[in-house]
Design a protein around this ligand. Structure first.
Ligand code: ADP
Ligand code: ASP
Ligand code: MG
Length: 451
């Protein structure tokens, strides 16, 4: 069997869903389990509605929900009855939020889960209308996670057990199974989500649970590209890339893959392919276990935005041991993960992605150090297996970035990436300069020029 995951951009209209149905119809002999995201920008809208409601802007929140319902009824025709039921529930929830005036991670998950609950129902129904005998599975009954709402971690053994028990019989009796990505349940039975972009992760969890022959991530671009096409001009398609390289890119911001996507696939050695639902005949990107020989040093450049640098300085700690432990204990206590660190004898700089606990972290750090915060920074990361074999890459990188102020730099232990921090306002210029530096001459075995 294969897993086929379709992102929101591939499901943004009735016509897009029909296109998806025909892509799936052509692959029925491979026994597809289809994982779907919420339609279009639904998740963004749901979160906006929740924010508005909790801020007491009830009418605006309800108007937004009304617009979403209209969109789903129009594009999701003909499954109107169930759509209306789900929207009635959601409307109740939004009204409740407006009364309470408070939003918790748990209620955020409750609200955002509606996107995938709607889309999985609608897509299954549309598949049936297109002649595909599709069964629908409720992902919340299959994926078990911890209770870290909005970024829950799967409990793999239980999840694999449930998927292994439930999906094969469904697949045996039908052409395909459709399920929502992103959503799950905690052991306590409460709805959770795997974090933004989490449907990719669902796809790979399902693939690993069922020992799929392939996991296909269908999106709106031709595959993994040499950089973010929204920020860089003249990007190229990467035809094939290793798991390690792709995982690094996903972790450092290549939005096309959720950062955790490749973990289950690597563990079970299942090939992953990124494909374009708008150009299904295009070859896409293959992500493979073995290293991919390449004449270019760099395979792709990623960027991660909205990063905060925390600069921690303490002369009292000069020469004292335990300084780093104390610092990291604080980040840990506030459940905030650190991406990049650089240290000197008396100071430590750390970058964080999630600044929700920043005030509390700062207060704790200030008990023994001076803290300075810099927000709106970005991490740029060049990735490629050859980086580890190429001396002088840092020099080349700095020369290409001529004039752009680099705040922190680090080379990961894997040695296949080099990352650095620049101000958010410099990131586009930095990406373009590096792209020109590293991709002017392309190895045709690995890259394909996009038209
Ligand atoms: P989906 O709705 O299919 O999950 P996403 O928006 O999550 O789609 O991811 C696809 C988008 O990721 C692309 O449209 C592209 O703009 C962006 N992107 C960023 N970096 C890259 C990259 N290196 N390669 C391909 N796409 C990238
Ligand atoms: N719908 C969710 C989101 O927008 C999950 C996903 O699309 O992968 O984040
Ligand atoms: Mg995505």
């Amino acid at each position: 069997m294969i897993v086929m995951k379709f992102g929101g951009s591939s499901l943004a209209s009735s016509e897009a869903i029909r296109r998806v149905a025909s892509i799936v119809a052509e692959r029925l002999p491979r026994r597809p389990v289809v994982v779907v995201s919420a339609m279009g920008k639904t998740t963004d809208r749901l979160l906006e509605a929740a924010d508005l409601a909790a801020a007491g802007r009830r009418a605006e929140a309800l108007r937004l929900v009304g617009e979403l319902e209209e969109f789903h009824l129009r594009e999701g025709h003909p499954c109107s009855g169930r759509t209306e039921e789900l929207f009635a529930e959601l409307t109740e929830l939004i009204r409740g939020l407006a009364v309470i005036g408070e939003l918790t991670p748990r209620t955020i998950d409750a609200v955002s889960s509606y996107g995938e609950r709607l889309s999985s129902m609608i897509v299954a129904e549309k598949f049936r209308a297109a002649g595909i005998d599709a069964a629908q599975a409720d992902s919340r009954e299959l994926l078990v996670t911890d209770s870290r709402h909005t970024a829950a971690a799967p409990i793999f053994e239980e999840t694999y057990g449930r998927i292994g028990a439930r999906i094969p019989p469904l697949l045996a009796g039908h052409d395909a199974v459709v399920m929502g990505g992103f959503i799950a349940r905690s052991r306590q039975g409460v709805t959770t989500t795997l974090g933004r972009g989490g449907s990719d992760f669902t796809a790979s969890i399902v693939g690993a649970a069922l020992d799929a022959e392939e996991i296909q991530i269908w999106t709106d671009v031709d595959g993994m590209l040499t950089s973010d096409p929204r920020l860089v001009e003249g990007v190229h398609r990467v035809k094939v890339i290793s798991f390690d390289e792709a995982a690094e890119l996903a972790y450092f911001g290549a939005r096309v893959l959720h950062p955790a996507t490749l973990i289950p696939a690597i563990e079970k050695n299942i090939p992953v392919r990124i494909l374009n639902s708008y150009r299904p005949q295009a070859e896409g990107t293959r992500i493979v276990a073995e290293r991919v020989p390449c004449r270019n040093i760099v395979k792709a450049i990623s960027s991660k935005h909205g990063i905060t640098i925390v600069n921690i300085r303490s002369t009292r700690m000069l020469g004292a041991h335990g300084f780093l432990r104390r610092i990291f204990e604080i980040f840990d206590r506030h459940r905030t993960s650190v991406d990049m660190v650089s240290t000197s004898e008396v100071s430590v700089s750390a970058t964080i992605d999630d600044a929700r606990a920043l005030a509390a972290i700062k207060a704790d750090l200030e008990e023994f150090s001076t803290v300075e915060i810099e927000s709106d920074q970005a991490i740029v990361c060049v990735v490629g297996d050859n980086i580890r074999h190429t001396p002088g890459i840092a020099g080349r990188l700095f020369r290409a970035l001529n004039g752009i102020n680099i705040r922190m730099i680090s080379q990961g232990a894997s040695l296949l990436n080099m990352g650095f921090v620049v101000a958010g306002s410099d990131v586009k210029r930095a990406l373009q300069a590096l792209h020109t530096e590293f991709f002017s001459d392309l190895d045709p075995a690995v890259f394909d020029r996009l038209r």
